[in-house]
Design a binder for this molecule. Sequence first.
Ligand code: GDP
Length: 458
Amino acid sequence: MKITETIAAISSSAGNSGIGIIRISGDEAIEVADRVFKSHKNIRLKDVDSHTVHYGHIVDGDKIIDQVLVIVLKNPHSYTGEDTVEIDCHGGMLILKKVLELVLKNGAKAAEPGEFTKRAFLNGKLDLSQAEAVMDLINSKNNFALDSSINQLRGNISEEIKELRSSIIYHIAFIESALDDPEHISLDGYEDEINEMLNDNILRIKKMIKSFDNGKIMKEGVKTVILGKPNAGKSSLLNLMLGEERAIVTDIEGTTRDTLEENINLGGISLKIIDTAGIRNTDDKVEQIGVNKAKDMAKDADLIIFVADGSKELDDNDRDIINIIEDKPAIILINKSDINTVIDIDALKESSKRDVILFSAKEGHGIDVLEDKIEKMFYSGKVTYNDQIYITNARHKEALDNAYDSLCRVKESVDAGMPEDFYSIDLMDAYESLGLIIGESVEDDLVNEIFSKFCMGK
Ligand code: GDP
C-alpha cells in the first residue's frame, strides 16, 4: 500500500515540558516544513542531507511563533520509513498547538493515534509484534515491563515465531512433495522426523504460553493481598510498605468501600497491594464476613501476605486463613514482635510450609526480610527476565494457544497412524496462527484495531 498523505502530530507528552516535538511524516513532509520554517542561514530543508539538524524559527508569514531546531530524516531511514521532519519546539502546550495548527494549515493532516507506527509497520520497518511493543514501551509502568517491551521491539518474539513457522512450512512442503512425487520422495521413517519437530515446537510454544502469566504480572503488577484478622496490623504493614517505598504509582480507592488498593514498586517489581482495611468490627459475625471476603480476594491473588498477631495465640480465624493460603504463594508475618510473641514460629513453619517472618509493623522490624523474600520469589528460578521471551499480549497468547492445539492435533493424527495428507491442514492452521503474531497473513481489520489503541503522535 502506498501512502502519500502527509501527517503531523505533537509527539511529546501532553503538558508543559522543556522541549516538545512536532513530527511530520509523508511524501510532502519536507515541503510542508519548508513552508513554516525559516532557517537562520536561509537554507531550504529540501536541499539538506538526511539526518541533519537546523536552527531557525517557525513563522506564520512575518510572525515568529517559536525558536526551534528541525531534524530532517529522509526515506527510508526514518521511524516510519517516509520523509520525516521533527520540530523541536519550546515545550509549552500552547506553543506546540500553535505550531501544529500552522503545520496542518500548510498541507499536513492530523495523524490518527498510532498512525506513525502503523506506517512503520506498513513500510516494513517493524513487524506487528514489534509495533505492539512500541505501544507497550510507552505504557510501561516498571522495569520488568520495560525490559520485556524492549526485547519484543528488538524482535526476539519475531525471531522465535519465524523459526517455528519455517520448521512447520518445511514439513507442509515435504508432505506435499512426497505425495506428488512418491517415486522420488519417500515417506518411510517420516513419522519419527515429524514427531521430533512436533515435540520441539509444542514445547517451545508451551513455554511462551506459560510466560503469559508472568508477563501479565510484569505489566499489571503482582496482585498482593494482605490477609489477617482485624487489628493484626494489616494497615500498619501497608503504611510501612508505602512509607518505605517512595515510588508510589497510584492511589486508588477500591470499588468496594472497605477495600484499599495501592501500587508500590519494589526492586523493579510492581506490587498491587490490596488491604481489607475497613473490616474492623470485632463482632464475631462481622469477622466472619471479613474472612469470607478475604477468601474471595485470595482466590485470584498472585501473592498473599498473612499478618498474624503474634502476641496472641492462633485462633480459628487464623487457622481459616492458613487453609485459604494452602495452595497459594504466601508469606506469613508474625506481627507485634516488639510486644511479645506467643505463637510457636517453628510449628507454624512446619504446618503451613510457608516462610514465616518475625515482624513488627510498628517498629519496621522485618521489612527488609519481607521485601527481600518478595523479590526473590519473583526473580528466582523460572522467572529470569533478561533473555527469556515473555508473552505479554493477549492477542499473541490466543494465537499461540491455537497453534498449540493445531500441532497437538497433528501429533494425534501421527500417533493414530493417519495418512500424511491429514497432517497438512492442521500444520497449515498452526502456521497461520503463528503468522498472526508477526502480522503475516493478518487481516486489515486486525491491523486497524491494533493501531487504533496507540496514543497520538506515535
Ligand atoms: P488491621 O486492623 O489489621 O489493619 O490493624 P492495624 O494496622 O489497624 O493495627 C491495629 C492496632 O495494632 C493498632 O493500634 C496498631 O498501632 C497496632 N499495631 C500494629 N502493628 C503493630 C506492631 O507491630 N506492634 C505493636 N505493638 N502494635 C502494632
